[in-house]
Design a binder for this molecule. Structure first.
Ligand code: NAI
Length: 808
């Protein structure tokens, strides 16, 4: 007679399908043909063009969707523009009530949303029902709270305006909520474009907005493919673009918005490491892998797609994994007993098949369970690759399917190196029973989210977003709000920017002031002779410029008073290399950085008279020069003060864990200093970055670089380690593009004309470095509200969220 365990082993699962009736009836009620939701009304697309959306589990059509043209996008942007002032004027409490109403209605219709999501996207109903839709409601509730608190907690910020939002197909309604909830909370209005494969829940959401009577134009939904997305990106009246999708399109958007002044946040691809140490609980690890790479068929930007396992336990883990893979069930997404549903569309299935074939061709060993997938619809089995070389295509490229690669390591140091051996940096997970080891490794991983002994957990209270080529900006948490606000002073300040004739404005403005020494007038006979030419400052040493040329510096009356090195591409490269060697600066304590900055201030104070005289040579105004030195000392104190106070947070995520939001330095940063206030501008831009642990390559004021070159001696006497502050003098127009295009520069600040700002943003798309540019807009460096503080610290850091569960 069969024992109970035999019965468990042999028992077949019966199907337990969720009824699709209400979702199908909803489609029928709309005659399976949808328009655009613009200005609170359903409108037909101007072009009359439409396309079909299908159920990937059956390949049968579900409905026709409108293809919005540029004219349609324009209508939607206008509607959002018209609605924005009143929406902002509603105040935090008013908006909180609307967001709360949305959350409640999503909950009331949650099953309908879940089923619609599963038939449109192919994801198992268990996931849409238990993860996607509850998180959608949670995002609206959480941000109803932020709306309520905005006046108090973000008192010095105002809405950005009209936001264009473009989302992918992997978490359709969830990504909509990540975008719309914070935007609305902060007083913005939106035009959102869902992905062409999965627009149905967004359309149902539009209808929900209508049902609750949300003011017209606050939320606009335009469907269509990449052309619609591009029209939204390029629309001149959009103030910010928020995008989630492939790195490839993210790069196009970075380049397309360069110089437009649009705020931009990008949440892009990943190849996230899943690091297993030998003391990990391997049974938990196996369930972790299931959640990491077979959740949502592996179509997850932060999927743990690279298992890195310590050698001693690799064989055991592989055996356990294969055993578990045999028990996974692939099939009808509406079946509640199904683990893996359908791939979103035939084109994505082909992409997965192609990459798997390439993996085999490149010599890796593939394993799939013995059972076979349904043949109708887009299904793909869970797949494990072993014997993978770290450089293999499947170890580097985002597959976006249920395919995981496994590699081994010996030591924690090797694990970190392998984990970071990717251009991405979205997420990582660490598996170890040794919390000391896990928390030692977490800060060393280049990733915006690190999960310890868990994976793929998300919450509205925690920021989510990337390092490196996984993009920039955060969604969720207090840090996510920054994307949807700007500083009050920016709104108040208006006036003409600095628009030079050349991209960097230097030629028109400065040719009379700076030029090759040989072509300049001779020094005025009445002045002391030029005594020395300060060199560049690289790696803590004075370095002769590679070019062998110098630039002449003139005083306020146009008389030559000195020369500085004419830095070039090679000098920038050397400086970047020196900055990389100084990355230990970030590993020291914040207390240490504070001490060094106080010391810099002290040494500047000791030379205050000398610096004031120097500045007065440039400006001809001793009084303002003295004031500039005094303010520079004060500003150094500000950043010495902030060095150990720009704390992270512990987010209240609703699980048994602590979520540590840590402010980490960006890494190696280029800083192109403002032309005005040669000392204060240098101090105000270089030292917030340095205080936060970055190593900097600074291009000082081209107009009057001598204040910065005099500063070398202050650095040398203040225990600033070599390579932390590197100074390359020269022409802004020549040096900025080199920094912007350099793959080993992680961030770049540029305070200069609009055209130069555009060039910097365009070139930065290469490695997706973080940029902060001024678009030639004026900033009053003498005003502490504009010249120092949190705005600078936010740009000098990136937030890493580390999730640490507790309990047995
Ligand atoms: P995609 O990046 O092309 O699509 C994302 C969204 O951007 C969609 O709404 C699309 O219509 C829109 N879009 C496309 N071209 C655009 C343009 N030039 N300007 C503005 N918007 C544009 O991603 P796709 O083609 O759906 O998938 C391709 C690959 O991208 C996948 O195989 C996967 O590897 C990756 N991917 C990554 C995602 C992530 O969350 N990291 C999400 C979706 C895809």
């Amino acid at each position: 007679m069969a024992s109970i365990s035999d019965i468990f082993e042999t028992m077949e699962w019966g199907p337990a399908p969720e009824a699709a009736g209400p979702a199908q009836q909803w489609l029928d009620a709309h005659a399976r043909d949808f328009g655009l939701y613009v200005g609170g009304a359903w409108v037909r697309p101007e072009s009359g063009e439409s396309f079909e959306t299908a159920n990937p589990a059956t390949n049968k059509p579900l409905a026709r969707l409108a293809q919005a043209s540029a004219a349609d996008v324009d209508r939607a942007v206008q509607a959002a523009r018209e609605a924005q002032p009143a929406w902002a004027a509603l105040g935090g409490h008013g908006r909180a009530r609307w967001l709360y109403a949305i959350a409640r209605h999503v909950q009331k219709h949650s099953r309908m949303f879940s089923v619609l999501e599963s038939i449109d996207n192919g994801k198992p109903i268990r996931e849409s029902r238990d993860i996607d839709i509850p998180l959608v409601a949670r995002h609206f509730y959480h941000h109803a709270g932020w709306a309520q608190l905005m006046d108090r907690e973000l008192a010095d910020r105002v809405p950005v305006g009209v936001i264009g939002q473009i989302i992918p197909w992997n978490f359709p309604l969830l990504m909509l909520s990540w975008k719309i909830a914070p935007a609305l909370a902060m007083g913005n209005t939106v035009v959102l474009k869902p992905a062409e494969f999965t627009s149905l829940t967004a359309l149902r959401f539009a209808e929900l907005c209508d049902e609750i009577g949300l003011p017209a134009g606050v939320v606009n939904i335009v469907t269509g493919d990449g052309r619609t997305g591009a029209a939204l990106v390029e629309h001149p009246d959009v103030d910010k673009i928020a995008f989630t999708g492939s790195t490839e399109v993210g790069r196009i958007i970075r380049a397309a918005t360069a110089g437009s002044g649009k705020k931009l946040s990008l949440e892009l691809g990943g190849k996230s490491p899943f690091v297993v140490f030998e003391d990990a609980d391997l049974d938990s690890v196996v369930e972790g892998v299931v959640d990491a790479i077979w959740f949502n068929q592996g179509q997850v930007c932060c999927a743990g797609s690279r298992i890195l396992v310590q050698e001693g336990v690799a064989e055991r883990l592989i055996a356990k994994l294969k055993g578990r893979m045999e028990t996974l069930r692939v099939g009808n997404p509406l079946d509640k007993a199904v683990d893996i549903g359908a791939i979103v569309a035939p084109v994505q299935l082909e992409r997965i098949q192609g990459l798997v074939k390439q993996g085999q061709d490149e010599g890796a060993r593939m394993w799939q369970p013995s059972w076979s997938c349904p043949t109708e619809g887009c299904f793909y089995p869970p797949t494990l690759f072993t014997e993978v070389s770290p450089a293999a295509t499947i170890a580097q490229e985002e597959i976006f399917g249920p395919v995981v690669v496994l590699m081994t390591f010996r030591t924690p140091a090797e694990a970190v190196e392998l984990a970071n051996n990717t251009r991405y940096g979205l997420a990582a997970s660490i598996w170890s029973e040794n919390i000391n080891l896990a928390l030692d490794v977490a800060p060393k991983l280049q990733a915006g989210t690190v999960w310890i002994n868990c994976t793929n957990v998300f919450d509205a209270a925690s920021g989510f977003g990337g390092y490196r080529e996984s993009g920039f900006g955060r969604e969720g948490g207090r840090e996510g709000l920054r994307e949807y606000v700007k500083w009050t002073w920016e709104k108040e300040a208006n006036g003409a920017g600095e628009h030079g004739g050349s991209p960097h404005g230097s030629s028109t403005k400065h040719e009379t002031l700076v030029g090759r020494a040989s072509v300049l007038a001779r020094p005025d006979a009445g002045l002391p002779p030029i005594d020395r030419t300060p060199k560049l400052h690289i790696g803590g040493k004075q370095a002769r410029p590679d070019s062998g040329y110098s630039l002449s510096v003139v005083d306020h009356a146009g008389r030559a008073i000195g020369e500085v090195g004419h830095g070039n591409r090679k000098d920038v490269r050397n400086a970047v290399e020196a900055a990389h060697k100084a990355k230990g600066w970030a590993k020291g304590t914040a207390h240490n950085r504070a001490q060094v900055l106080f010391y810099v201030a002290e040494n500047l104070a000791a030379r205050a008279d000398e610096f004031a005289r120097r500045l007065a040579q440039g400006s001809g105004d001793m009084k303002s020069a003295e004031r500039e030195v005094e303010l520079s000392i004060e500003r150094l104190y500000t950043y010495a003060a902030w060095a150990d106070k720009w704390d992270g947070q512990v987010h209240h995520t609703p699980f048994r864990n602590v979520t540590l939001a840590m402010n980490e330095p960006i890494g190696v940063m280029g800083v192109v200093c403002p032309a005005e206030h040669p000392l204060l501008g240098f101090v105000s831009t270089v030292f917030p970055a340095v205080a936060m642990g970055n190593a900097v390559v600074a291009v000082p004021s081209e107009r009057f670089p001598l204040a910065a070159t005099d500063f070398y001696q202050v650095l040398d006497t203040s225990d600033v380690p070599g390579g932390v502050v590197n100074v390359v003098t020269g022409l802004r127009a020549e040096l900025s593009p080199v920094l912007a295009a350099h793959d080993d520069v992680d961030g770049l600040w540029y305070f200069g004309p609009r055209e130069g700002s555009a060039e910097v943003e365009k070139l930065a798309a290469g490695n997706m470095k973080r940029t902060w540019v001024s678009y030639g807009r004026p900033r009053d460096w003498l005003d502490a509200r504009q010249g120092e503080g949190e705005e600078f610290l936010e740009h000098a850091t990136q937030v890493k969220n580390i999730w640490v569960p507790y309990g047995e």
